[in-house]
Design a protein around this ligand. Structure first.
Ligand SMILES: NC(=O)c1ccc[n+]([C@@H]2O[C@H](COP(=O)([O-])OP(=O)(O)OC[C@H]3O[C@@H](n4cnc5c(N)ncnc54)[C@H](O)[C@@H]3O)[C@@H](O)[C@H]2O)c1
Length: 488
């Protein structure tokens, strides 16, 4: 990891940002997390590829490729709804609109295309950037939202259900355009960076920086850096504290209940649940389930996390001890074969089994594909697996991440991630020379700033350090308030 240079955009104190910037500013928001949100634009499926049809927006521009420009009105409403729940990025938009910190920035973006990212895209434009945008996932685009962006003049090349060939075509249209050359990349998975390196390596001469959102993309950047192939600075936003904490603990705390409810209509009160793994994901799940009146057991391999669970008031058990009695099993370990066929043989009738961890190997689903077991698809993402004696277990999302398969990610969480991305872009764009060709974490002060942007929503008021207190702690009154190794 490269060391951060001393002064950064965030060196302005939070107080400064709200006072200095107020005068300027008042005058002026998942892995490879696949935040697939299919809430709109799903009825406009037809056979012709958008690539083969020329559409125009009301201004006559055809520099976009979406499923159906006629759905722009629906998409605009989706964007407006998202804006309501994205206070941080909207505040950033308002505060920095006059300054235009991204003036003359030409950003090529490759992210999920949904209502929440539309709020980010339009914010970047309001901060002065010119953007061209493609989807990072062939299934996650909200077609109506893409149409709304196209109608608003954004050169967007994205629709749900692109083929792989169409995916690369869309990305190419964004990177390479007559009379426009990118100088910044906002990537989610590393594909824009990868294509540019492969097809347009010369463009890197004018690239000022890459901002990468996903674990996979960040991994690729570190590999490039190690191999000496990274020729521009990059910021890893995946590992910034705010993004990380919100994407794991809070998102999972919110979405485990929603996922279980939507798929099974379960009443939580009094149910016995075992959560395997007590990291951030497990902690969020356990807290939410207990809050609804469930009796929660935890399994852990790490004594520190096990002690945390015990002191949080959970029974820490081995899975075989409780497997006959529990109503729900949630895996959250990132490990493999945590729930085995033997465990599933012993589960009681009606037991719900689901996975919140990244890998789909936590539950040994393949062991359930044997001739004596009957699989019955009862709802989308819900399978009943029936044993010869009539016992049935309920498997959700075939053992894949249940919340990403059966629930949605809240706009508020995306607001945090988007604010982080926008600030990282501003940082790299406005501080040329400050960063070398390496991968950096977002400066701590910016992480703190992102959090501060979201506090007003809760009418939360920060306590200010007195001069004497700041001196006592050896801190600047304006932060950063914690060392980089602090774990929150
Ligand atoms: N569903 C989501 O939205 C979402 C969000 C973020 C992360 N994730 C994924 O969830 C998984 C967990 O993430 P995390 O941040 O909590 O990780 P973590 O490493 O902090 O926690 C996982 C815990 O599981 C424990 N563990 C490992 N093997 C075990 C076993 N066999 N039995 C019991 N416990 C075991 C580990 O000791 C650890 O404490 C990862 O795969 C991560 O990628 C999912």
């Amino acid at each position: 990891m490269a060391k951060m240079p001393e002064t950064t955009f965030a060196d302005l104190s939070l107080a400064d940002k709200t006072s200095v910037k107020k005068s300027n500013l008042e005058a002026r928001r998942f892995s490879d997390v696949s935040t697939c949100s299919f809430s709109s634009g799903s009825s406009d499926e037809d056979e012709a590829s958008p690539k083969d049809i020329t559409q125009r927006n009301s201004n006559g521009s055809s520099d976009f490729c979406v499923k159906n420009i006629g759905k722009a009105g629906f998409g605009r409403r989706e964007i407006e709804i998202a804006e309501q729940e994205m206070p941080g990025i909207m505040t950033l938009r308002k505060r920095a609109m006059e300054d235009k910190p991204l003036k003359n920035a030409n950003i090529v973006g490759c992210t999920h295309v949904n209502a929440q990212t539309a709020v980010l895209i339009e914010t970047l434009q309001k901060l002065g950037a010119s953007v061209r945008w493609a989807a990072c996932n062939i299934y996650s685009t909200q077609n109506a939202v893409a149409a709304a962006l196209a109608e608003a003049g954004v050169p967007i090349y994205a629709w749900r259900g692109e083929t792989e060939e169409e995916f690369w075509w869309c990305l190419d249209k964004c990177i390479h355009s007559e009379g426009w050359q990118p100088n910044m990349i906002l990537d989610d998975g590393g594909d824009a960076t990868h294509l540019m390196l492969k097809k347009y390596p010369d463009y890197f001469k004018s690239i000022k920086g890459i901002v990468e959102e996903s674990l996979t993309g960040v991994h690729r950047l570190y590999q490039m850096s190690k191999a000496g192939k990274l020729t521009v600075p990059a910021i890893n936003v995946n590992d910034s504290v705010t993004k990380n904490k919100f994407d794991t603990y809070y998102t999972c705390r919110d979405s485990i209940l929603d996922s279980l409810k939507r798929t099974t209509d379960i009443m939580f009160g009094g149910k016995q649940v075992v959560v395997c793994g007590y990291g951030d994901v497990g902690k969020g799940c356990a807290q939410a389930l207990r809050g609804q009146g469930c009796i929660v057991y935890i399994t852990e391999v790490d004594p520190i996390c096990a002690l945390q669970a015990a002191m949080d008031g959970y029974r820490v058990v081995r899975l075989p001890e409780v497997i006959r009695n529990v109503d729900v099993v949630v895996t959250a370990t990132g490990n493999k074969n945590v729930v085995t066929r033997d465990h599933m043989n012993r589960m009681k009738n009606g037991c719900i089994v689901c996975n919140m961890g990244h890998s789909c190997s936590e539950i040994d689903v393949s062991s359930l594909h044997t001739p004596e077991l009957i699989w019955e698809r009862v709802r989308s993402q819900v399978d009943h697996i029936i044993w010869p004696d009539g016992k049935m277990i309920i498997l959700l999302a075939e053992g894949r991440l249940v919340n990403l398969s059966c629930s949605t990610i809240s706009s508020f969480v995306v607001s945090v991630a988007s604010s982080t991305q926008a600030l990282a872009l501003i940082e790299l764009y406005s501080a040329p020379g400050r960063y070398k060709s390496d991968v950096y974490l977002l400066p701590k002060k910016m992480d703190e700033y992102v959090a501060s942007l979201h506090l007003a929503t809760f009418d939360a008021h920060l306590t200010e350090l007195t001069d004497a207190q700041a001196k006592f702690l050896g801190l600047s009154k304006a932060g950063p308030f914690k060392a980089n190794y602090y774990r929150y």
